[in-house]
Ligand binder design. Structure first.
Ligand code: HEM
Length: 475
């Protein structure tokens, strides 16, 4: 059996890492196939960005001369208003507004429902596996992320909310991702944002080549890292996240969700061929698990800051460090968590995390049995998350906020708890405090106790019935 840290697997070899096993085949992506993608990037968006910047400079000059108000800073608005001004912008605009022939809107709508059907499991999975494991162990991705201050403990929550905002916008309804819809516009903005990040880092490299090792990590926000990110969004829930909580998505659900992200990949300027079918998506995920995931010091920094940030969430969302560590170890395994220097929590944290697994599995069973409940939960989560995240006051328009600068790089940071201690003091219930848990985990612990009680009682009743039956038949 090959381990990921050793050499690359041979065809027919069983590969195992972080609790996931599969057989390496000739259809998996070889190192030679993926390596060139590290030096490739979304050139259409990069050139469009340059044109938009030139247009904005000209408009600023014009407004200064005329004494009128300055033009918008919003790249999407500039693109929309000046799409006919030059060939590059026309090409970019036409590309993002032309729906590929393979898009089946009904299928994508079903894919959108998948996110809300398993909303809790999807979010916990994204945070603990997608972020803590996959993201922080993908060296090319995190080297970019730590150069944008958004990964400091103070900014991290905002960044995660911004990513969730996009996810909720692109799953809100089918009109949202059709050309001109809210999720469609958000995706074009994110694509231009990625182009800005890349441009800025490469500019800094011109005067200080040591700022970012493009030889080793590739061009910032390159094609390989983008394929990896899309895979993390749509493949990981299917094979690395939900099954570990006890939920097995159906083959149709897997097909629909991957199809949704194939279209989103298209909007984000990422090659879609890797997600053409479920089989291709799965092999892409597995190949990247083998070739791309290595923990580094930067991984430990990102994981550390994540734990600091999440353990300092405002009440009632506050979660203890032990709970995150238990959840992370449950889903990612001890090997990776030890490499990321996550602590080893006590049994209580594992018990309350099993409460989470019991809760999401039981809800999923009920949804399969009762389609009315399924529909109700999808509608409720959709409305709640849209209201809470997309319609929040501080919602983002995906501007370039965390501009990389030489000499600035996010390191390990403790959370500055200034006003938080006071808030914690009176909001945590006595029980939560006694157990050293946040309200959410206390609830999950309660779920575990109730579920344990139900299973125990059912076993006792069953055994008693067996005894009575045996006595009756004179055994
Ligand atoms: C292709 C799949 C990807 C998706 C769906 C995606 C999604 C997003 C979203 C929604 C945002 C805006 C919200 C936020 O600031 O967090 C964002 C920003 C960002 N992304 Fe991505 N991303 C992808 C790939 C990547 C890759 C491969 C990298 C780097 C290697 C990357 C680096 C960044 C950075 C640095 C920002 C923040 C820029 C700033 O606000 O200063 N992204 N991404």
């Amino acid at each position: 059996m090959a381990s990921f840290s050793s050499c690359f697997p041979r065809i027919g070899e069983k590969v195992s890492s972080w609790g996931y096993s599969f057989t390496w085949t000739s259809d998996h992506l070889s190192k030679e196939e993926i390596e060139p993608l590290r030096q490739q990037y979304d050139t259409t968006a990069a050139t469009a960005l340059q044109r938009l910047q030139a247009i904005r400079i000209a408009l600023v000059e014009e407004s200064k001369a005329k004494g009128t108000s300055p033009p918008p800073n919003d790249l999407y608005v500039l693109l929309r208003d000046h799409r006919g001004d030059d060939d590059v912008l026309t090409e970019f605009w036409t590309e993002v507004n032309t729906v590929p022939a393979w898009v089946d809107w009904e299928q994508l709508a079903r894919g959108q429902r998948f996110f809300y059907r398993y909303a809790i499991a999807n979010m916990v999975g994204f945070a603990l596996q997608g972020f803590v494991a996959e993201n922080s162990a993908a060296p090319g991705v995190i080297e970019v992320l730590v150069r944008t201050g958004g990964f400091s403990t103070r900014m991290l929550l905002g960044r995660l909310l911004e990513t969730f905002q996009w996810l909720i916008q692109v799953t809100h309804c089918i009109d949202s991702i059709r050309p001109g819809g809210e999720g469609h516009i958000a995706s074009v903005r994110v694509r231009l944002l990625h182009a800005s990040v890349r441009q800025r880092i490469l500019q800094l490299c011109q005067t200080r080549p040591e700022y970012f090792d493009t030889e080793r990590f590739g061009v910032p926000v390159n094609i390989l890292d983008s394929v990896h990110s899309i895979s993390t969004f749509c493949c990981n829930p299917m094979w690395l996240q939900l099954p570990r909580f006890g939920i097995q998505p159906t083959p149709d659900e897997v097909r629909d969700y991957i199809a949704l992200f194939r279209y989103l990949a298209f909007l984000l300027g990422t090659p879609t061929s890797y997600f053409e079918t479920v089989e291709k998506g799965k092999r892409t995920m597995e190949s990247l698990l083998v070739h791309e995931l290595r923990t580094t010091d930067t991984s430990r920094t990102v994981a550390f800051n994540f734990v600091e940030c999440v353990t300092n969430l405002p009440t009632p969302f506050q979660i203890s460090k032990a709970f995150i560590e238990a959840g992370s170890r449950w889903i990612n395994g001890d090997e990776l968590c030890d490499e990321l220097e996550l602590g080893k929590p006590g049994a209580l944290a594992y018990l309350s995390f099993s409460g989470h697994c019991i809760l999401v599995t039981v809800i999923a069973w009920l949804q399969w049995i009762l389609p009315v409940l399924d529909d109700l939960l999808i509608r409720t989560f959709r409305a709640l998350m849209y209201g809470g995240i997309v319609q929040r006051k501080s919602r983002t328009r995906f501007e370039f906020k965390y501009v990389p600068q030489t000499g600035k790089r996010t390191g390990k940071e403790a959370y500055y708890a200034d006003d938080l201690a006071a808030v914690k003091g009176h909001l945590c219930s006595t029980l939560s405090r006694a157990l050293g848990m946040g309200p959410f985990e206390t609830f999950l612990f309660f779920v575990f106790v109730v579920a344990g009680g139900v299973v125990l009682s059912a076993t006792v009743v069953f055994l008693r019935l067996c005894v009575m039956f045996m006595r009756d038949i004179g055994w």
